[in-house]
Design a protein around this ligand. Structure first.
Ligand code: RUB
Length: 314
């Protein structure tokens, strides 16, 4: 697959989910480098790769895993002195990112499963590899668990989730998004993934997550967020906001129906923000943390504390 094809698949959501988007983008960058002719000119190679990175970055705005992964790969490429060195660094960093991303999910799954008591009823939303990893690991450990999975309008990512749960013989109840509050009394804990986590510990995830967290809080049920450290958004330290992607209105209301309703407009934000006070714990590969330790993750694991970020602007 070419880089443009990968970009198109991310944009049209054939490749979706924050972790997968990051891994596929990085592997597209690595493969793209192989298609560029060797010229011996490092700065030309770097310029071409920056251009390619820009195409990938423009696909979807919310999942910070995408810019973080690209930054992790490109950071040292930018300072390489020769084209060969730039190519080698790019390959090594890309492979390292993909490997560490997969390892992170396994570690999160192992830690997350420890937080799922035997006999639990779990609610999940959307289709998160990290969240599902914890649920599947709990099952693998022989725990007797059940899951409530939401539909996730308008893209129905819940169908992917129930397929995985069914394939793993986990008893699952599939509900429409608006049934969350009614069903919360039957649930013990909520486990979801994340597209971005801000410096104040707020979690950006699939639209509807904040309603679920609010209902869970009202019903005194724990909310666990599962997120690899590259889902933390360091630029929020500088006050940058996470852009919430708005997708086409015809994902919600078909064009032919909309055409007959000239006074109706459709809003289709596909992510929302859950404030830190509704989140009990964020499970990362570096450990399970309270949300207010987000800055520590940004500084210790991403290496982007306030000073490093400020320097980027000098
Ligand atoms: C996917 C979504 C997922 C997170 C985490 O949204 O919100 O919960 O991306 O997923 P979309 P993962 O379907 O719009 O991409 O844990 O797999 O990274």
């Amino acid at each position: 697959m070419t880089l443009l094809q990968t970009a198109e698949q991310i944009q049209t959501m054939q490749i979706r989910g924050a972790g997968k988007i990051a891994r596929e983008a990085v592997s597209a960058l690595r493969d793209h480098a192989e298609t560029l002719p060797h010229t011996g000119d490092a700065s030309l190679f770097i310029r071409e790769m920056e251009h390619a990175a820009g195409i990938l970055l423009a696909t979807r705005p919310t999942a910070v895993s995408l810019p973080n992964a690209i930054q992790m790969v490109m950071r040292d490429v930018r300072t390489a002195r020769t084209e060969d060195a730039a190519r080698r660094i790019l390959r090594e960093k890309a492979d390292a990112f993909i490997w560490s991303s997969r390892t992170a999910i396994d570690r999160i799954a192992a830690m997350g499963a420890n937080h799922i008591p035997d006999g639990s009823v779990i609610m999940t939303h959307c289709n998160s590899k990290a969240a599902l990893g914890c649920i599947l690991e709990a099952k693998r450990q022989g725990k007797d668990i059940e899951v409530y999975a939401t539909e996730v309008r308008p893209w129905n990512q819940g169908r992917l989730t129930i397929k995985t749960l069914n394939d793993n013989e986990i008893p699952t109840t599939y509900i429409v998004d608006s049934a969350v509050r009614s069903m919360m009394k039957d649930v013990d804990l909520v486990i979801v993934g994340a597209d971005a986590i801000t410096v104040n510990g707020a979690v950006v995830n699939k639209i509807g997550t904040s309603q679920i967290a609010l209902c869970a809080s009202e019903a005194r049920k724990n909310v666990i967020v599962t997120a690899e450290t590259y889902k933390f958004a360091p630029r929020t330290i500088l006050g940058e906001l996470i852009q919430i992607e708005e997708r086409a209105q015809n994902e919600v209301l078909p064009d032919d129906i909309a055409a007959g309703l000239p006074y109706v407009r459709v809003k289709n934000p596909v992510f929302d923000v859950t404030p830190a006070e509704y989140i009990d714990m964020i499970i990362t590969e570096a450990g399970a943390l309270p949300p207010h330790l987000a800055y520590t993750i940004m500084r210790e694991y991403l290496g982007w504390g306030f000073d490093e970020l400020q320097n980027q602007f000098l």
